[in-house]
Design a protein around this ligand. Structure first.
Ligand code: HEM
Length: 244
């Protein structure tokens, strides 16, 4: 797509970003319609804990299939209050990796080195095991990286990430870690902090565990009232990128 058009869309979405509320200021999204339901045998999932959580709560098709760009943008917005500016960029980028199909199935995102990358925080490297589902040992190590035992902040995540990268260098002869992977890995840390906690105080361990282990919102969890925008995520992604 033409770059000027992309910028125009991003600006439009950023300006229009506000979590959907009715005239009394109440959230339009009815949580009772978004209970957790575990995926069934014919449902498919991605290597992304956030997208899987959205599917498990019906903010994306529960079967994980036939997802349009609009589904993705509004799933992120309605379920996580991730701005449509971010949603647009991520959806465009993801669909482009697969030659712009009309719809995506979440399992397509498992394709190695498309978006899925090595040295994940909670998944094995593709060459060393299953890179699509959570490895409980890796997740336990991530949680154990919490310096205060109460929250997982971006520094804790970076510390764990650096150990993961060192492990891949040592054990994975096919390890790929170029700019695209580093940028994606940094973005995952930044957006996870902003959506599920805060940059300054981190993500509560119970919340991190619920999302990353069970791909489920903790009981009573609500997205932040303020929409997470590209302008929030980009500088923090750049900061994390400097450390990894
Ligand atoms: C269109 C939107 C998105 C797409 C297509 C996407 C896709 C992916 C993919 C393919 C991975 C696997 C990377 C790997 O190999 O480690 C991943 C990981 C991850 N994603 Fe997403 N994602 C999206 C949005 C989000 C959002 C909104 C969040 C947070 C709120 C998020 C949080 C994460 C985290 C924390 C990981 C790292 C998991 C790990 O390293 O074990 N993603 N995502």
């Amino acid at each position: 797509m033409n770059k000027a058009l992309v910028f125009a869309f991003v600006a439009l979405f950023a300006l229009a970003s506000a979590y959907p509320k009715d005239r009394n200021g109440k959230f339009i999204i009815d949580p009772s319609k978004h209970d957790y339901i575990a995926p069934g045998p014919n449902d498919v999932r991605a290597p992304c804990p956030a997208l899987n959580t959205l599917a498990n709560h019906g903010h994306l098709p529960r079967n994980g299939k036939n997802i349009t760009k609009t589904d993705l943008i509004y799933g992120l917005f309605n379920g996580l209050n991730v701005g449509r500016d971010i949603g647009f960029i991520l959806a465009e980028g993801a669909f482009k990796k697969f030659d712009n199909p009309a719809v995506l199935d979440l399992e397509m995102l498992q394709k190695h080195n498309a978006i899925e990358h090595d040295a994940s925080m909670t998944r094995n490297d593709n060459a060393l095991g299953d890179s699509t589902v959570v490895n409980a040992t890796l997740l336990d190590a991530l949680i154990a990286s919490s310096a205060d035992g109460k929250v997982l902040n971006w520094r804790d995540m970076v510390a764990h990430r650096l150990r993961r990268q060192a492990d891949s260098v040592e054990r994975n002869p096919t390890f790929v870690w170029n700019e695209a992977q580093k940028e994606a890995a940094a973005g995952e840390v930044a957006i996870f902090q902003l959506v599920f906690g805060s940059w300054w105080s981190g993500v509560e361990i119970a919340t991190a565990d619920s999302i990353l282990r069970h791909e489920r919102f903790p009981d009573g969890w609500k997205p932040h009232e303020g929409t997470v925008l590209l302008a929030d995520v980009l500088p923090l992604t750049a900061l994390v990128r400097l450390k990894i």
